[in-house]
Ligand binder design. Structure first.
Ligand SMILES: Cc1cc2nc3c(=O)[nH]c(=O)nc-3n(C[C@H](O)[C@H](O)[C@H](O)COP(=O)(O)O)c2cc1C
Ligand code: SF4
Length: 514
């Protein structure tokens, strides 16, 4: 009997929000014989729902496909690669995907996320098996060699963090994965956890083995209900197959992982507030030191890492730290999963070695604005990131170069604005966001952000504009110098960049034409 034809329809939040479930149902109702695989997304959001047919071992893509297109697709014989207005050709040849450096996201889109067979058939758990052979010291050496830095925002070297936890003597250590993903325009943690959840589990296993931790927690934002379902399912599948629990695959290594759901607070993404929240307390930032690596969850040494940091490690152990470090630029090694959002034609996820410019990312991959108007500002690194004017679009994306121009790469979120944006309103929004999300522990952030909104309101209303601009600058100095964490300490980044690069928006008597 001939093999059944395989059709792939993503089960991933952006694809589902655009009707992927209905498309899948319609395909199955018109041909009950096709094998429907619900894969992760390749990250080309503007083409979702992007469906694929496997023909002679190759994937042929069609997208965006609506439920109303399905009948016509059958008429066009799409199961054999027939022509249709939605046909995109071979998936692997779509330039957006072809021009990426897929390392962490190598399996995302390729596999059925909760099929262990699919995971193992595509290199899954080879990183962990390599780790059991090389032992904790060997793992630490490879992670250090890779130059991997934390992808959650601060860019701290992962190998050094792991070494600190490994060196700490304790009866219990923890791996705490930060999946709070609160930054505006970001979705890489979600895509990874929905598209390749075993990869995160494997990264946590390797971290646990390296530092001597037998318990792990994943702190997931509540706004990701599908991610919660997919990841819970993957945890159960891994446990049932002996990839989690006691004496994993006879290695002598134990690891339990629990999934914890947050309650919608941005500051709970800050690592110490996250630990408080995991302990069942209000998400209020802790003083540092002590570092979480020395005294973290329940007072024990804890590795806190972002999803993408952990999910990058299995590949590093399979291919070697040096090979990962060969990607990248200056001290920013490896790849980053950039996320293109806002007013952009081709929004989605682009995993690329550090060093490409913002312009290449936004124009070559993103295709410019969705509105077709000129780009005016680009915010990189979430709500605490600076706004870049067009004159800075040729800045290469690496941690140090961005810091030199007053910016941050953060978690890789890139939000594009066209020439309709009002930058004074954006600066006000930054202060307002801080006022709403502040944990309240320190005065420069708790009070400063409220005063910041008031001062910007006066500037917008043209009341003693010069005096208030000076006051805003002093307030920003106080927040940078006096805040306990980066919430208050970095809110001045978007505010100051808006004033510096877009002064005309602050020079506007209310109601006057700009
Ligand atoms: C206000 C605030 C929010 C943060 N939100 C997140 C987040 O959602 N996810 C994340 O991984 N890191 C977030 N961070 C950074 C974490 O504090 C921490 O640096 C990170 O989880 C460490 O992991 P990494 O070294 O793998 O990046 C946030 C920091 C601050 C100050
Ligand atoms: S800067 Fe803001 S969020 Fe951070 S500790 Fe102070 S009050 Fe809390």
């Amino acid at each position: 009997m001939a093999d059944k034809i395989k059709v792939f329809v993503p089960r991933e939040t952006s694809a589902l929000s655009l009707g992927a479930d209905d498309v899948a149902d319609r395909i199955q109702s018109l041909d009950a014989d096709v094998t429907l695989v619900r894969n992760g997304s390749w990250g080309m959001c503007w083409l979702e729902p992007l469906i694929e047919v496997e023909i002679d071992g190759e994937r042929i893509a069609y997208g965006p496909v609506s439920v109303d297109d399905v009948h016509d697709l059958f008429k066009a014989d799409f199961l054999r690669g027939g022509d249709h207005a939605c046909k995109l050709g071979k998936t692997a040849d779509i330039p957006y995907l072809k021009n990426q450096d897929r390392w962490t996201f190598r399996r995302c889109g390729l596999t059925d996320p909760v099929s262990l067979d699919d995971y193992c058939a595509n290199g899954g758990f080879n990183g962990f098996l390599a780790a059991t052979k090389m032992g904790p010291d060997g793992v630490l050496e490879q992670v250090k060699k890779s130059g991997l830095r934390g992808r959650g925002g601060a860019g701290f070297p992962t190998g050094i963090k792991w070494q600190t936890v490994a060196n700490a003597a304790a009866d219990q250590k923890y791996i705490a994965c930060n999946a709070d993903e609160g930054d505006s325009g970001t979705f890489s943690d979600r895509m990874l956890m929905e598209g390749d959840p075993f990869c995160l589990i494997e990264g946590m296993m390797i971290a646990g083995l390296a530092v001597g931790a037998s318990r792990g927690y994943v702190y997931l934002r509540s706004e990701y209900p599908l991610t919660r379902r997919v990841f819970s399912n993957a945890l159960q599948v891994a446990k049932d197959a002996g990839w989690l629990g006691k004496n994993i695959q006879g290695s002598g290594f134990d690891l339990e992982i629990d999934l914890h759901i947050g309650a919608g607070s941005y500051v709970c993404g800050e690592e110490t507030a996250m630990l408080e929240s995991l302990e069942g307390k209000a998400g209020i930032v802790r003083h540092k030191p002590p570092l979480p690596a020395i005294k973290g969850l329940f007072g024990k040494p804890t590795v806190v890492n972002n999803v993408i940091s952990l999910a990058s490690v299995p590949g590093i152990l399979v291919e070697g730290g040096e090979n990962y470090a060969a990607y990248g630029f200056n001290r920013s090694k490896g790849t980053l999963a950039f996320q293109l959002a806002g007013n952009i034609k081709r929004g989605g996820l682009v995993e690329k070695a550090f060093g490409l410019t913002l312009r290449e990312l936004i124009e070559d991959f993103g295709g410019g604005t969705a509105s077709g108007r000129d780009i005016r500002a680009v915010q990189v690194g979430g709500p605490l990131g600076a706004y870049f004017p067009v004159s800075l679009l040729d800045t290469p994306l690496d941690y140090e170069t961005f810091a030199e121009v007053g910016g941050t790469i953060g978690h890789g979120g890139v939000v594009v604005f066209d020439d309709c944006v009002d930058m004074a309103a954006q600066a006000r929004f930054a202060m307002e966001f801080c006022a709403i999300e502040s944990c309240g522990k320190c005065t420069p952030c708790r009070i400063g952000s409220v005063r910041g909104v008031e001062v910007i309101d006066r500037i917008i209303a043209d009341a003693n504009r010069d005096g208030n601009l000076e006051l805003l600058s002093e307030l920003c100095d106080t927040m940078v110098d006096g805040s306990l964490c980066a919430m208050g300490g970095m809110t001045p980044f978007p505010v100051r960049s808006a004033v510096k690069y877009f002064p005309e928006d602050f020079n506007n008597p209310s109601g006057a034409e700009k």
